[in-house]
Design a protein around this ligand. Structure first.
Ligand code: ATP
Ligand code: MG
Ligand code: MG
Ligand code: MG
Length: 439
């Protein structure tokens, strides 16, 4: 992509409304446009990151056996009356009427709708386990939308729903999602720590929030230092082996980890002080087993091996990709801008032509641009007539992992410079080697 043609509205000034660094940087780097209270458009640079993150989530959901669907954003109140949540949900639900005065709502979540899909088709335990997910906009009329896409009203969510014949298999389904979350957050370059979460009237211990540590996090969290160095399961993890999946979950739930609401001083004080991490955290994912809470009232039953009808045992599994992107920036930036982890970077590298119009620079850049692009590398080529200083500032702000810098003096010597955005390390190398080095 040539920057001269790219829709990238960079802001020079810090937007006053942005209180935290991720919000500031997302606006400044031309990723987002605020459209209203808690409502954002994703501009091309932001949309690229969103797509990368969603694709990683997708790959890890699929690997763990979930299947992607897409449900509507607008739902009927009728469905929510069946579960009893229409009245219970309160003011966070945006309620709407259609032209026939039918009561509708903009979905804050999809348990009811997916349960309706399930009950319409699945009748036998032989068709279980089943896990359906989608990545779709949600609307929650948050009292206090803030911090940009970290807590907005309309936001993207990946929500998965598992259906099983009994508690044992529902727990195995929960464990698969647990492991898939470990892999997902690791792949986007983040350490997310599973912390015990409130199960409310459901009871049991099958609810975890995945928390990224960050100063700007909304909740106080407490965990054992071991979490910071634990190995995440590799791509070869075997989801069809319940025992090995359970062993991973066991390892990841043994050291102490809890958010404020679940914090227990007595157990905490048993952790030696040097091992205690007490910090603030951002909830980027949440998994929850809730049994027959929806299947029983909504009549989602299957025939079991015993020939009897059983209300299916369910769980739900959410990730907020939009919030996750903000959390990534909170964790990965410096005073000059964003530092994208490679896996989610909107482009692989910035190619900076320091002197557009100089025949030698133009031709060297065109050459590198064409060859890298042909090799499948996503290049953002700064071919604008901005001054070099401004180009460097832009490149640092948008934070692509590598910068290739081509200037008249270097070109005359047959050389270019590459800079690693994260480490700041620079290297001068022959022009002819640039493509091989970065491909
Ligand atoms: P919070 O405690 O922050 O209000 P929640 O517990 O209400 O979040 P869940 O219902 O567990 O959220 O939804 C699953 C995921 O969706 C959350 O873990 C989070 O990543 C994301 N999410 C929830 N609310 C928002 C929001 N207002 N803006 C952006 N992402 C959100
Ligand atoms: Mg909430
Ligand atoms: Mg929460
Ligand atoms: Mg939650």
């Amino acid at each position: 992509m040539r920057l001269s043609r790219y829709f990238l509205p960079i802001l020079k000034e810090n937007p006053r409304e942005a209180e935290i660094v991720s919000h500031r940087l997302m606006l400044r780097a031309g990723m987002l446009r605020q459209q209203g209270q808690g409502s954002f458009s994703w501009l091309p640079m932001g949309k690229r990151v969103l797509d990368k993150v969603c694709n990683i989530i997708r790959e890890e959901q699929d690997r763990a056996g979930a299947q992607e669907i897409l449900m509507p954003t607008i739902q009927s109140a009728e469905l929510w009356r069946e579960s009893g949540r229409y009245d219970a949900y309160g003011k966070e639900m945006l309620r709407i009427q259609d032209r026939h005065d039918r009561e509708m709502l903009f979905g804050p979540t999809n348990e009811e709708m997916v349960t309706d899909i399930f009950r319409s088709y699945v009748k036998s335990y032989k068709d279980l386990p089943l896990n359906l997910y989608h990545i779709q906009w949600k609307y929650r009329d948050e009292v206090r939308p803030r911090f940009g896409v970290m807590r907005s009203r309309e936001f993207l969510m990946k929500d998965a729903y598992s259906f099983d014949i009994d508690f044992e298999s529902a727990r195995a389904a929960y464990y698969r999602m647990f492991v898939s979350y470990l892999r997902t957050f690791d792949r986007v370059g983040m350490k997310a720590i599973p912390m015990k979460a409130d199960t409310g009237p459901i009871g049991g211990d099958l609810s975890h929030e995945f928390i990224i540590l960050a100063e700007t996090g909304e909740s106080a969290v407490f965990c054992h230092r071991d979490f910071l160095s634990m190995d995440v399961p590799g791509v070869d993890v075997n989801y069809s082996d319940d025992a090995s999946i359970a062993a991973i979950v066991d390892a990841w739930t043994t050291p102490y980890a809890a958010t404020e609401e679940m914090h227990d001083e007595a157990t905490w004080s048993a952790v030696s002080e040097g091992e205690q991490v007490s910090a603030r955290g951002i909830e980027v994912g949440h998994i929850f087993h809730f049994g027959d809470k929806y299947s029983a009232p909504m009549g989602a039953t299957v025939t079991g091996p015993d020939g009897k009808e059983h209300a299916v045992s369910m769980g739900s599994y959410g990730i907020g990709p939009s919030r996750l992107i903000a959390a990534i920036i909170e964790a990965s930036h410096d005073e000059n801008g964003i530092i994208w982890p490679e896996a989610v970077a909107p482009f692989d590298l910035s190619l900076i032509n320091m002197k557009v119009g100089d025949a030698a620079c133009d031709s060297a850049c065109d050459d590198i641009y064409t060859q890298l692009t042909n090799a499948g590398v996503d290049v953002l080529y700064d071919d604008t007539d901005q001054r070099a200083g401004g180009k460097f500032a832009t490149a640092d702000l948008i934070g692509l992992p590598w910068q290739v810098i081509v200037g008249p003096r270097g070109v005359a010597a047959g050389e270019a410079e590459i800079k690693n955005r994260k480490t700041g390390e620079r290297e001068t190398l022959p022009l002819a080697n640039v493509v091989a080095r970065l491909r």
